[in-house]
Design a protein around this ligand. Structure first.
Ligand SMILES: C[S@@+](CC[C@H](N)C(=O)[O-])C[C@H]1O[C@@H](n2cnc3c(N)ncnc32)[C@H](O)[C@@H]1O
Length: 498
């Protein structure tokens, strides 16, 4: 067997950042379903392990946001480890390390990783690797977790990927025949062939009638980066799972499903009325999750598993939830808000959301303070906060524990790296312990502003700088300038920009 066990290792992955991996987010999701998180309060020291840390950007940003944490990233691709270590060094981080290692080897001998972590995360790994490697991943996650710790595992699921599995199957067949050198073309060719097999919109084929969403997914393939396409689809182990299949495999390693890091999914009452009662009627938790996924055509899950549940009284949970610090990240809503969720569009009683946002508009508050100020019921507030966090309107507040000086240094380094052509698209937001998207255009606009340019001169600076990098704008620069100016106060409030 080759060292990569059929995982696509001929090129590197994209540098992604995922908000659900932040300890504050994981704690809140765990609390929603009644588990006392591994940290008794924000700012407490902890150990965090990422399995399959890829290019390491997400983990580096977490290490910068949580100076009190100790972070370890594991990946078997030497290119990924070289990149990650260099990035950690460039950002001046001393609370993070990256190890080049294979899940299969570590599962049989976890060494110093054993039972040493409060959080173990594996984002986008479990359904991209072959069965023996997946079993090793779960075994290792369980072994590395402290009892009571949280294991985050995100993965592709059925039924949402049923149509795309036809595309992956064809692309993989072509790749195996054409070789890794033209792997990206193999998947483009598969998309083109399969699109032809769908027939026209007026005269669809049997496949198009059975998989109406496939046409839209195939249309996106030419716009997706080769790095993403290959790491997503070009793996022998690519195999989305039904939720019950993964939950049963986790249970074999004492990892019990607890909650979803996709926060709205913890509130079944948000399901559309026509399917809600069938899902809610199921008393068995696995069956309920299965019915939910079938009802919403689920394609991606972010599940939290526990190795040992910390039993707590209602009052203990209420107390811990009360300590969660929240901050408003947008201007408070004055109109009805509609939330895009995997359950469809959700809109609630506008006065309640507005009440919560108005309370937080006065400044960061703990969940307990918001509860007291708004006089909402705890379950109602938990749901509202979950939806507002999901929509990005709220964030967690980390002002008391963040190191703003260090964050400033990290962001200056990231700006330089993006300016030099690195395809990173995030800056650190220390006030919320998270990160924000930050495009190359914004980097160049900021650079121009720092040179005291404005108006036409700033537009010209943007166009010239892009041209020098071999890039160009699709539209006009003026709207980008005004969008950036509008965004700046929010970036300053989050500590992203000085
Ligand atoms: C789809 S990528 C996800 C990377 C990262 N978590 C992210 O979301 O950006 C999967 C990662 O798992 C790593 N990986 C796959 N099989 C592995 C194994 N057997 N041992 C260690 N790492 C592995 C790959 O090198 C790759 O970086």
């Amino acid at each position: 067997m080759p060292w990569d066990h059929g995982y696509f290792s001929s090129s590197s992955y994209t540098a992604g950042v995922y908000r659900e991996l932040a300890p504050a987010w994981l704690d809140f999701a765990a609390l929603l379903k009644g588990h006392q998180p591994p940290r008794s309060h924000e700012g407490e020291a902890f150990a965090y392990l990422e399995l399959g840390s890829g290019m390491g950007l997400g983990l580096c940003l977490l290490a910068a946001a949580y100076p009190e944490g100790r972070f370890t990233g594991i990946d078997f691709q030497p290119d990924h480890i070289v990149h990650s270590r260099r990035l950690a060094q460039q950002l001046g981080l001393s609370n993070i390390q990256f190890q080049e290692a294979d899940f299969l080897r570590l599962a049989s001998d976890p060494g110093s990783l054993a039972a040493a972590h409060h959080y173990v995360v594996a984002h986008g790994i479990a359904t991209w690797i072959t069965a023996p490697i997946q079993q090793a991943l779960l075994q290792l996650a369980a072994a590395a977790l402290n009892p009571g710790g949280i294991f985050y595992c995100s993965y592709n699921t059925f039924p949402g990927w049923l149509g795309a599995s036809a595309f992956q199957h064809l692309g993989e067949l072509l790749r195996q025949r054409q070789g890794d050198a033209s792997a990206a073309q193999a998947f483009q060719q598969a998309a083109a062939s399969l699109t032809s097999l769908l027939g026209s919109e007026e005269s669809p084929s049997a496949l198009a009638l059975a998989q109406p969403a496939l046409r839209r997914r195939l249309a996106q393939i030419p716009t997706q980066s080769p790095a993403y396409l290959l790491q997503e689809y070009a793996n022998q182990g690519w195999q989305p799972l039904y939720v019950a299949e993964l939950h049963q495999r986790c249970a074999a390693h004492k990892l019990r499903f607890h909650a979803s890091a996709t926060l709205p999914e913890n509130f079944l009452e948000l399901l559309p009325a026509n399917v809600r009662s069938v899902v809610q009627a199921a008393t068995d938790p696995t069956l309920r999750q299965s019915l939910q996924d079938l009802a919403i055509n689920q394609s991606f899950r972010r599940d939290l598993f526990l190795r040992g549940v910390a039993s707590s009284t209602d009052s203990e949970l209420r107390q811990r939830l009360g300590l969660i610090n929240l901050r408003l990240q947008e201007a408070p809503a004055t109109e009805t808000i509609s939330f895009e969720t995997s359950f469809g569009q959700v809109s609630g009683v506008p006065e309640r959301y507005q009440q919560v946002e108005a309370c937080l508009a006065q400044g960061p508050r703990s969940f307990g303070q918001v509860l007291e100020d708004t006089q909402l019921k705890l379950a109602e507030l938990a749901k509202i906060v979950s939806l507002l966090l999901h929509a990005g309107r709220l964030g967690f507040d980390r002002c008391a524990c963040a190191d703003f000086e260090r964050a400033r240094h990290v962001n200056e380094q990231l700006l330089t790296l993006i300016r030099s052509g690195r395809s990173y698209a995030n800056l650190l937001a220390p006030a919320s312990g998270s990160s924000v998207g930050f495009s190359l255009v914004e980097v160049l606009l900021l650079e121009g502003q720092r040179r005291q340019l404005g108006g036409r001169e700033l537009e010209q600076h943007l166009l010239d700088a892009l041209k020098a990098m071999g890039r160009s704008l699709k539209g006009e620069p003026a709207p980008l300038l005004s969008a950036f100016s509008e965004r700046q106060p929010r970036l300053q409030a989050l500590g992203v920009l000085p």
